[in-house]
Design a protein around this ligand. Sequence first.
Ligand code: ADP
Length: 482
Amino acid sequence: YSWTNLFLYFWAPSVKGLRIFLTFWAPGTQCVAKCDSRKAKPGELVYHKGDILTIVDTSTKKGFYIARHNSSAEEGLINSNNVREREALRVDPSLSLMPWFHGKISGQAAVGKLQPAEDGLFLVRESIRHPGDYVLCVSFSNEVFHYRVIYQDNKLTIDNKQYFYNLIDMIEFYSKNKGSLTTTLMKPRKKQGAKSAEQELSKTGWLLDITKLTLGENIGEGEFGAVYQGEYMGQMVAVKTIKCDVTAQAFMQETAVMTKLQHKNLVRLLGVILHKGLHIVTELMTKGNLVNFLRTRGRSVVNSAHLLRFALDVCEGMEYLESKKMVHRDLAARNVLISDESVAKVSDFGLAKVDSKELDKAKLPVKWTAPEALRKEKFSTKSDVWSYGVLLWEIFAYGRQPYPKMTLKEVKEKVEGGYRMEAPEDCPPNVYSIMKLCWEQEPRKRPGFSKLREKLEQELSRMSPNSSEGPPRFVQSALCFF
Ligand code: ADP
């Protein structure tokens, strides 16, 4: 267990043979209230069943915590028996942001599905006669109305008055406004087998409230949408916005994976907002990605011990992923972000999957991908270890592009033939030896992440033999520069 979801069970004295466990939650743990708080005394927090609370601290009162209410932002004491830790979302392909979308079915079939008639019961289908066009079908006064959705200038419209980015956006609008329809949409007819992502997110406590979010400036461009800085109930957050509904749906899986993974060296998911698509809300990593961090500061500011700390941080995050049998598949310095306290955390679980099927070969980051993964799509923790070796090189090269001046084709061929990068300038020899271990041709000869961590820890203590915790983090020693 990581410290964030650390459950330390302590024996309490047994009462008449009854074993009582006390749970200890680390600050930052998100909990769901199991019941209403009754007759809150002064200093105690008021909450209702289903509310999400964040543990702020342990209290001196046994079995009590100090918690912050995620909606009211108030803080107070809570009894640990009245809350449970927020559950992970099950990674389930039937989890759908558009459970009302039935794919290609005929108008007649749609009418059949909207029986028994109910005002406002609706579904969306893809037109058979006009492939690619959508039709919104809604039941009203025992009749089914079919509205053709036209795709125009990258937007969707029914009446050339209201335009939408995507179907999710459109359904959201017509659920609140009648517009040109005969009725507002009231109840989705779910496709058989589809599970509403919205309901599941809400049930498990991961659905956040858009009205509590203040969006700030743009801080990055992802492949699928912009990343903004923001504030959610007093906490600085990063918000990844995904407008395309198909991509948003694909990201639901990423999100579900993230709800399961919590560690101090993984970028933490705070929750999601469903509004005009998907907003993924994570902790804000104020110092941006590791590549830019190193490039903009350079050798005069960041020393080898700081670099090793970042390497160790990433290694611990990966060790945790390994323990969860997860393979990242896109580990690289660009996907490592730096917190305000200069802690490095692994981000971007877009490709992380429990198994290694479904893959777009053209998108593989060749310079970071292990030879067996490029050749046979054999992804494993050991292929992550290979990528980790490249990341280690990037760190000690202060954010340089690996295999400088080589084309992707050259890299593929040469690496397959046994070529390996030289050590970056001034790289400690022991660190270079670790890189080479990660680049063993045979995956099974590469060390696992726990072994790598041990080696890095040894190296770190060699660099600062007098400190049990190693050298101070970058932020403390180099604060004067910023
Ligand atoms: P993609 O994986 O689609 O390329 P990323 O998630 O890597 O998108 O985000 C792109 C950029 O946005 C990152 O390189 C980083 O600079 C910034 N960014 C992403 N998430 C955060 C965050 N939690 N805190 C701060 N900056 C972030």
